[in-house]
Ligand binder design. Structure first.
Ligand SMILES: Nc1ncnc2c1ncn2[C@@H]1O[C@H](COP(=O)(O)OP(=O)(O)OP(=O)(O)O)[C@@H](O)[C@H]1O
Length: 274
């Protein structure tokens, strides 16, 4: 009797798992889901920040053609503002978190520039996905605390990302969240990660790029994270966003210069010759 029931139980378990997976997937189409970003015809550009960013004009548009899109550029070129704006346009709080999460106290002057810029933009989807996350290193701790409190309120086990080191907590968080279908925004995720931990994130991003199981839009200064095979690398400059390659980025060339002869590099840097 047991022998006959076991396969039935197994089949039920597999059926249950598949049903659960189907429940968390809203589409069988591959990423990218957000296909295009463009400026609304009725947007009034110019004037004050963020509408005066040098690359933003009426013709600005950005096509997403790969599951993983990586945005690079110098400090102050507008990467964070752009990521915040796209995240806000997709329904995320510009302070970071999941949809509907308001983990930060917005009464205390959190910058609204991303949401402001979102009002000038239009998004085209195929299909529109509603799951995902906006990861910002600076708000990770309040988000993690919020997740623990929300789990406790629901009498569930808290995810407890904070009882790990910063880097370990970040990587655990990425592994847990980004294994699900959705759109994920990452703003400089390397900030708490050692180069070795960045490799763990690189592997995860590579898997997402290969399987097209989620869409990632990430701003980074890390040459390791820029190196996801197959991902589209865009450099943000005053003139706009241009497609580039890892070895052409200033970040890569600078690190290459440094590692090939650190003493000479530092010497030149101290004389302000780099
Ligand atoms: N609230 C604000 N008011 C006015 N200017 C701002 C404001 N926030 C940012 N800026 C300016 O807008 C530009 C873009 O800022 P942003 O933070 O998006 O750059 P970034 O490329 O993400 O830089 P980083 O690499 O340092 O994170 C910068 O010149 C910055 O000084």
């Amino acid at each position: 009797m047991i022998g006959r029931l076991a396969p039935v139980t197994k089949a039920l378990e597999i059926g249950g798992a598949m049903a659960a997976m189907r429940k968390t997937r809203s589409t069988n189409l591959p990423a990218p889901y957000l296909k295009r970003l463009s400026v609304r015809e009725d947007a009034s550009l110019g004037g004050d920040y963020p509408f005066n960013l040098p690359w933003l004009d009426g013709d600005f548009s950005l096509d997403f053609v790969t599951p993983v899109t990586i945005i690079v550029g110098e400090n102050g070129t507008g990467k964070s503002t752009l990521i915040e704006a796209v995240a806000a346009l997709c329904g995320y709080d510009e302070a970071g978190g999941g949809k509907g999460y308001r983990p930060l106290d917005h009464s205390r002057a959190v910058d609204r520039s991303g949401a402001l810029l979102a009002s000038a933009l239009r998004a085209a989807w195929l299909p529109k996905v509603t799951a995902g996350w906006f990861f910002r290193a600076e708000s990770f701790f309040s988000v993690a605390r919020f997740l623990d409190e929300a789990a406790r309120d629901a009498h569930a086990a808290p995810p407890d990302f904070l009882s790990w080191s910063h880097g370990e907590g970040f990587v655990r968080f990425f592994e847990e969240r980004m294994s699900r279908q959705g759109i994920y925004f990452l703003d400089e995720p390397e900030s708490a990660l050692s180069p070795k931990r960045q490799l763990e994130l690189l592997r995860l991003l590579h898997q997402i790029q290969e399987t097209a199981s989620a869409q990632i839009i990430m701003a980074t200064h890390s040459p390791i994270l820029m190196a996801v095979p197959g991902a589209r690398l865009l450099e943000i400059t005053r003139g706009g966003l241009i497609e580039t390659e890892l070895r052409q980025t200033r970040h890569f060339r600078l690190y290459q210069d440094f590692t090939s002869d650190p003493e000479d590099f530092v010497d030149r840097a101290l004389r302000d010759e780099i």
